[in-house]
Design a protein around this ligand. Structure first.
Ligand code: NAI
Length: 483
C-alpha cells in the first residue's frame, strides 16, 4: 500500500521545474504541483515553449503535465494541501546592507516560510531545495514554529546537485541524493518519507542521509570544490602561456592521477552560472562570521582568479589588436555561461563584452539559445562588483547602441576584425572557418575562450589564433598583454 502524497514546490525556476518534472515522471502515484508568483514563468511552463532550455526536459514535461504534474499560480492553495513542500526559490547575493557582496539574500526564502506557516492546516515536511547558508534550517524552523498554530513542521535539507545543460540526465541518474534532517524521531520519520520518494528510481546506496548542517554545508562545499578546480586550471593556463607549456597536456597528465581525476579540468575564459560565485561568496561570509578569516580568504581567491581570467582575456584581445579595438567589429560566438543552456546568469560573456565595449569595440553577438532581449538586458544591467561592494558604472547608451545581436555565426563574423568564442557550443567546432576567414578583415584574429577549435588548422587558413593556456603565436608573443 502506497499512500498518495501530494508534493508542492515553491519556485518554478531552473531547479524547481526540472526536479519536480522528474519526480512526477518517476512517481506516478504522487501529485506534484510547482507554484510560482511569476505569471510569465507559469504561463510558459503550461505552454509549448518552456521557460528554460534543457535537453530532454520537453519530453518529460509533455509526458506528465496534466496527469500528475501541474504548474500553478495558486501558491497558497497548493501549499496548504501538500504533505511535502519543497522550497526552491532564488537565493542571490545581497547587494545592500549587512553582508552586501557576499551574504545570501534570504528574503524570498523567509517570505515563503512565513507563507507556509500562515496557510498550513496540516502537518508538513518543508524541504530546503534552494542552496542556503549552513544553519538556515534553524532560522526557518523558528519562523515556522513561532507561527504554527500547533501544526508540526519538519525541516529537511535536500540540496540539488544538478548541472544546467545536463539537468535531466543528472536527475534521472544522480551521483547521490543528499537528505539532512533532525536526529529526533520526528526528524527521522520525515527523512524516511523523502527517501521513499527518491527510492522510486534512485538506488538506496546513493541516498545519503546526514544531519541538517552537514547537508546544508555539503552543497556549498561541493560548489566551492568544483569552482576551485576551474580556477586552479585557469591559474595554470596563465603560467602555461608564459612558459610554453600547454594547459591541455598539463590537465591530461594531472587528471590521470586517480586521486585527482580527469573531469572539470578544462581551462576557459572563466566559470559562470548563477551558483558558483554566489555560493563561494556565501561560504566566505559564513567563515568570516564564524571568526575564520584565513579560511574565508582561501576560498575568496577562487572567485578572484575567475575575475582575473576574464580580465586577462579582454586584455589579450585588445593588446593583440594593436592595443585598440575602437570602432572595430568583433564577433562574439556564444553568450550563455555554458553549452546546452540559454542561461546567462553571471556568464563570463557579460564581463568580456563589457570590457570590449569599454574599449569602444563594435560587437556582433550570436548564441543559438539566448535572445537579443536577454543579451541587451544583461549588458545594460548595472553590474554589482562583489569585491568593491559597489555597482559598476552602467554602459553608456552609445556603447549599447554599437552592438548587434544576430542569428547566425557567419553573419556575426562578416567584416569582423576578430572572433571571440565564449561558449563551447558544439556547433562552433564545425563551422566553415575558411568561409569565415574569407569574409573577415585582415589580419583576422580568433580568440578561443573555450579551446574548441583546432588552432593549427585555423593557422593554416591564415588566422592569428589565441587559445587559452596554449603556446602563443609569434604575433601574440610580440604583443604582450598586461593583466
Ligand atoms: P530561479 O531564479 O530560476 O527560480 C526561482 C523561482 O522562485 C523564480 O521563478 C521566482 O519567481 C520564484 N519565487 C521567488 N520567490 C517566490 C515566492 N515567494 N513564491 C513563489 N515563487 C517565488 O532560480 P534557480 O536557478 O532555480 O535556483 C533556485 C535555488 O536553487 C537557488 O538557491 C540556487 O542556488 C539553487 N540551485 C541552482 C542550481 C542551478 O543550476 N540553477 C543548481 C543547484 C541549486
Amino acid at each position: 500500500y502506497i499512500k498518495m502524497v501530494k508534493i508542492c514546490c515553491i519556485g518554478a525556476g531552473y531547479v524547481g521545474g526540472p526536479t519536480m518534472a522528474v519526480i512526477a515522471l518517476k512517481c506516478p502515484a504522487i501529485e506534484v504541483v510547482v507554484v510560482d508568483i511569476s505569471v510569465p514563468r507559469i504561463t510558459a511552463w503550461n505552454s509549448d515553449h518552456l521557460p528554460i532550455y534543457e535537453p530532454g526536459l520537453d519530453e518529460v514535461v509533455k509526458q506528465c503535465r496534466g496527469k500528475n504534474l501541474f504548474f500553478s499560480l495558486e501558491v497558497e492553495k497548493h501549499v496548504s494541501e501538500a504533505d511535502i513542500v519543497f522550497v526552491s526559490v532564488n537565493t542571490p547575493t545581497k547587494t545592500q546592507g549587512l553582508g552586501a557582496g557576499k551574504a545570501a539574500d534570504l528574503t524570498y526564502w523567509e517570505s515563503s516560510a512565513r507563507m507556509i506557516a500562515d496557510v498550513s492546516k496540516s502537518d508538513k515536511i518543508v524541504v530546503e531545495k534552494s542552496t542556503v547558508p549552513v544553519k538556515t534550517a534553524e532560522a526557518i524552523e523558528k519562523i515556522l514554529t513561532h507561527n504554527s498554530k500547533g501544526i508540526n513542521f519538519q525541516i529537511l535539507s535536500n540540496p540539488e546537485f544538478l548541472a544546467e545543460g545536463t539537468a535531466i540526465s543528472d536527475l534521472l541518474n544522480p551521483d547521490r541524493v543528499l537528505i539532512g534532517g533532525r536526529e529526533t524521531p520526528g526528524g527521522e520519520k520525515a527523512v524516511k518519507a523523502l527517501k521513499d520518494v527518491y527510492a522510486n528510481w534512485v538506488p538506496e546506496e546513493r541516498i545519503i542521509c546526514t544531519n541538517l548542517w552537514s547537508a546544508e554545508l555539503s552543497k556549498l562545499a561541493a560548489n566551492a570544490f568544483l569552482a576551485q578546480r576551474i580556477s586552479s586550471v585557469n591559474a595554470m593556463s596563465a603560467l602555461c602561456e608564459a612558459t610554453g607549456a600547454d594547459v591541455t597536456e598539463v590537465s591530461h597528465a594531472v587528471g590521470k592521477d586517480t586521486r585527482i581525476g580527469p573531469k572539470f579540468l578544462n581551462a576557459s575564459v572563466g566559470f559562470g552560472g548563477s551558483c558558483f560565485q554566489k555560493d563561494i561568496l556565501n561560504l566566505v561570509y559564513i567563515c568570516e562570521c564564524n571568526g575564520l578569516p584565513e579560511v574565508a580568504n582561501y576560498w575568496k581567491q577562487v572567485v578572484k582568479i575567475n575575475d582575473y581570467q576574464k580580465t586577462r582575456f579582454v586584455n589579450r584581445v585588445v593588446a593583440s589588436m594593436f592595443n585598440t579595438v575602437s570602432g572595430k567589429k568583433v564577433a562574439i560566438l556564444g553568450f550563455a555561461f555554458k553549452k546546452d543552456t540559454g542561461d546567462t546568469r553571471e556568464t563570463p560573456a557579460i564581463d568580456v563584452c563589457r570590457g570590449l565595449l569599454g574599449d569602444n569595440a563594435s560587437l556582433s553577438i550570436y548564441d543559438p539559445q539566448v535572445t537579443e532581449d536577454q543579451i541587451r538586458r544583461d549588458l545594460a544591467m548595472k553590474k554589482f562588483d562583489w569585491d568593491q561592494r559597489s555597482h559598476l558604472q552602467p554602459l553608456s547608451p552609445t556603447a549599447i547602441r554599437s552592438l548587434s545581436v544576430v542569428w547566425d555565426a557567419y553573419d556575426a563574423a562578416k567584416d569582423a576584425h576578430a572572433v571571440c568564442i565564449l561558449t563551447e557550443w558544439d556547433e562552433f567546432r564545425t563551422l566553415d572557418y575558411q568561409r569565415i576567414y574569407d569574409n573577415m578583415q585582415k589580419p583576422a584574429f580568433l580568440f578561443d575562450g573555450r579551446n574548441v577549435v583546432d588552432a593549427e588548422k585555423l593557422r593554416g587558413i591564415g588566422f592569428i589564433v589565441y587559445s587559452i593556456g596554449k603556446p602563443l603565436d609569434l604575433w601574440l608573443k610580440d604583443m604582450p598583454a598586461i593583466a
